[in-house]
Design a protein around this ligand. Sequence first.
Ligand SMILES: [Fe+2]
Length: 242
Amino acid sequence: MSDRVDLHSHYLPGIDDGVKTAEEGFALVRGMKKLGYGLCVATPHIRTAMFDNRRPGLEQAFAGFRDHAAGEPDLPTLGLGAEHFFDDVFWGLFQSGEHLPYDGAKAALVELPPERLPLRVEHVFFEMRVRGVRPILAHPERYRPFYDRSDALEPLLDAGAIPLLDLMSLVGRYGRKPERAAERLLSEGLYYAACSDAHRPEDVPLVEQAIARLRRLVGAEEAEAMLGEHPRRVLTGTPEFE
Ligand SMILES: [Fe+2]
């Protein structure tokens, strides 16, 4: 069975802080396939002054990687999106069509600054939704405003954002506070789907441990929905999350 879908991964080589070589990229997605993933979407960073990637360069890098992967055995289906950092250029990119939504263009992955919520973030999310692109909120448990309380998340959810758990938060990858926040948000039913945010092949065993923990925390049925059906619904623009 390869029913799982990963909406957040850094397996495109040499383009951000993810894998460095194509071989590492193949090893990462091959490991995910062994965990039951049939589709892995690369989401390289678009972040000003850190990873100044733009859509054409990322599409070219993805096409090259996919061509190179054609002869490789045991790989999942590969897809492309981007992890857009919510900074001063983000909304301009979106308005000029230079953002990089998931295949199907129904949703786009957005990362927030970790220390404080940007002004008017909920307005931007609402505008995205009005334009037919659901904002997919990367790892809310890793942002300080949500460490101890969930109420600050509510305006973002009201604006249509869909929260995506970073699985490795559940096994302490980012420290105790994000782990506790992830447990709380899970218990409150505030995640719609879960993803790996894997940056190297060595992350795959941690993702495996995290999936086991997720199944213990929310039960196998809900866990598998978060790992398969729900991320697929994000791609088709039919999430059932209000
Ligand atoms: Fe990421």
